[in-house]
Write a protein that binds this ligand. Structure first.
Ligand SMILES: [Zn+2]
Ligand SMILES: [Zn+2]
Length: 283
């Protein structure tokens, strides 16, 4: 399983000299399975660059999974160029909620006066497939959803292939249980033994004290979750829009010192734009 981040910024895209290392695009994750299926998780602004890459590779089959429908996870969708090509086949998993939820969200995104191109004018063939709330598979990857603790709900996902596990939990507040959310203990169980975990770490502990119920976690809560779940590598995700590269570097140093002081073999980093990972049985 190959995983690439096309955007890890939370809430709103940012640009400028302070954001060159970690990037300013909002959530978009690409997963390529061993069966060569392409999975795209969320359609934040990072999706625009991924679309350009996929066109250059002549790819025509795409599988989308959404964590939830907040703007920062959808705003790149109209700019995914394969949608405007007749040879494209786009499969949408019915996630994070079953029924016509995602179909309604996606069609609402592209309609005047909010956007000049209508969903009905897209040239690609778009299909909806059953996904959440139960486990499902795309090619050789097995996918298990878990409800997020976040305003308006949503899902995080565990991706498994050949005994390797990648868990993606963004927009998840570990310090407060929102409607439909799970307990801290349940999230630990869900992440147990992951080779790679991306978790929301939007706030510092000081900021979090003033932001309870906003739907995001402090990086310390994410770090303790990774330690309790015996995760091998933790990527802090949903980077705060005001957090500079230097701020992120200091946070990561603090996390790695905290883990080392507890004799935990955990590598912590902040997920940056264009970071890629290969999870194979021999790695
Ligand atoms: Zn978000
Ligand atoms: Zn959100």
């Amino acid at each position: 399983m190959y995983i690439k981040c096309w955007g890890s910024r939370g809430s709103i895209p940012v640009s400028g000299a302070s954001y060159e290392k970690y990037g300013g695009d909002t959530t978009c994750i690409e997963i390529r399975t061993e069966s060569d299926d392409l999975i795209i998780v969320d359609a934040g602004t990072g999706l625009r660059r991924l679309g350009n890459q996929l066109i250059s590779e002549d790819r025509s089959v795409f599988n989308f999974i959404f964590t939830h429908s907040h703007w920062d996870h959808l705003m790149g969708f109209p700019f995914f160029k394969p949608l405007h090509k007749a040879e494209s086949n786009v499969y949408m998993q019915r996630c994070p909620f079953p029924g016509r939820y995602i179909e309604t969200i996606v069609t609402k995104l592209m309609r005047p006066p909010h956007f000049p191109v209508r969903y009905s004018d897209l040239k690609a063939s778009i299909f909806y497939r059953n996904g959440c709330p139960g486990p499902f598979s795309i090619g050789s990857v097995d996918i298990t959803p878990v409800s997020l603790s976040h305003p308006n709900g949503g899902c995080g996902y565990r991706f498994e292939e050949n005994g390797r596990r990648f868990v993606f939990l963004t927009d998840n507040e570990l310090g407060f249980t929102h409607e439909g959310g799970r307990s801290y203990r349940e999230y630990v169980e869900f992440c147990e033994g992951a080779d790679l975990l991306f978790h929301d770490g939007e706030f510092t502990p000081e900021e979090y004290a003033c932001s309870v119920e906003w739907g995001h976690s402090s990086y310390m809560d994410a770090l303790n979750l990774a330690i309790d779940a015996k995760v091998r590598r933790l990527g802090i995700f949903h980077l705060n829009q005001d957090r500079s590269d230097a701020d992120m570097d200091r946070i990561i140093e603090t996390c790695n010192e905290y883990a080392a002081a507890r004799n935990v073999s955990l590598e912590c980093f902040a997920v940056a734009r264009d970071m890629a990972f290969q999870l194979s049985p021999d790695l």
